[in-house]
Design a protein around this ligand. Structure first.
Ligand code: HMG
Ligand code: MG
Length: 300
């Protein structure tokens, strides 16, 4: 299979990245991050989530973030929504797209959203109906596709079955999440081969956390499997509050550098993206988690 000519990058940093931060981050800093990403040319940005503030306190101000961003034409500003209440919040905030999130492992489903996999799918049904009526596309995430912090191994067949359900109920895209970042390139290829028997590759996306340093290799493995949408996080921010020890998503700057080297178009400007990464790292008072970002900055 030949490599795709274009890739869509979904920056999940403002949501997946920041959701795990214990320190307070101002709404103004979150808005500045989203605007810096759109200015760099990112066309899909996950701005926040409409979840219980008791579960994920950092995302409590997501509506204010949506209200304050400068909307750029052609950019999709998206939100994570676990239930109807979340969907209504996202709709009122003006999200262009929402994402529901399921897991491939029962234990993670319980810890993350307090219900079984099949209960979660049931909870998504009214969201699908309401989103259709409102004209909003719905994306579906699956967590723990290459391993679960509680159950260990997860079979590709199980992931394929959840992916098939999400796709059949109307998710235009299913993002495969290696939540704990244990997956390797070979496992990634086998996973995609298995899931693609149920959901066409053009409706799949890769979402790799970098805990074991394998994420960039897994992105490349996915490209070889015909995947052309990747979630990444500016400056490699993040982790998951319900996957202890999991580190951030693969850094957006690193994925962009890889893609540029392969001659794959994204529409994103690397120096501007690196500047956005540096800016949020300074806000968080933390070393920039992107190797490419750090290297570019040393040259500047
Ligand atoms: P629950 O306790 O079973 O539900 O939580 P509940 O209906 O009993 O509600 C509990 C409380 O939350 C109530 O408030 C509700 O009103 C409130 P209280 O009466 O106790 O004060 N509530 C809400 N508040 C705001 N917005 C809402 C909402 N819904 C209920 N939408 C629930 C179930 C799903 C709400 C909860 O488990 C939850 O919010 N979980 C979110 C967990 C989360 O955000 N995890 C991180 C994102 S997923 C992720 O990072 C993985 C991903 O990146 C892919 C990957 O890497 O694998 C996507
Ligand atoms: Mg994630």
């Amino acid at each position: 299979m030949s490599l795709p000519q274009q890739v869509r990058l979904v920056d999940v940093g403002p949501r997946d990245g920041l959701q795990n931060e214990q320190q307070p981050i101002s709404v103004a800093d979150k808005i500045a991050l989203v605007d810096a990403l759109s200015a760099a040319g990112v066309r899909s940005i996950e701005v926040g989530s409409f979840v219980s503030p008791r579960w994920v306190p950092q995302m409590a101000g997501s509506a204010e973030v949506f209200a304050g961003i400068q909307r750029k034409a052609g950019v999709r500003y998206t939100a994570l929504t676990p239930n109807m209440r979340g969907f209504e919040g996202a709709l009122a905030a003006g999200a262009d797209e929402v994402a529901v999130f399921a897991a491939a492992s029962e234990a993670f489903s319980q810890r993350n959203i307090n219900c079984s996999i099949s209960e979660s799918i049931k909870r998504f049904e009214p969201i699908m109906v309401a989103a259709k009526a409102a004209g909003l596309p719905v994306r579906g995430y699956i967590s723990c596709v290459l391993g679960c912090p509680y159950e260990g191994r997860v079979s590709p067949a199980q992931v394929a079955s959840v992916a098939a359900e999400l796709h059949a109920m109307g998710c235009y895209e299913v993002s495969l999440g290696d939540t704990i970042g244990t997956g390797t390139a070979g496992e990634t290829r086998r996973l995609i081969e298995s899931v693609a028997q149920q959901v066409p590759r053009e409706h799949l996306a890769g979402h790799f956390h970098d805990t074991y340093g394998q994420a960039i290799a897994n992105v490349y493995a996915s490209l070889l499997e015909g995947i052309s949408v990747f979630d990444s996080s500016i400056a490699g921010l993040g982790g998951c509050p319900y996957a202890k020890g999991a580190s951030g998503n693969v850094a957006s700057e690193d994925v962009l550098y890889l893609l540029q080297g392969l001659g794959i178009e994204t529409g994103v400007d690397l120096p501007a993206l690196a500047a956005a990464g540096e800016q949020i790292s300074a806000v968080l008072q933390r070393p920039n988690g992107s190797r490419v970002g750090r290297a570019l900055l040393k040259q500047a």
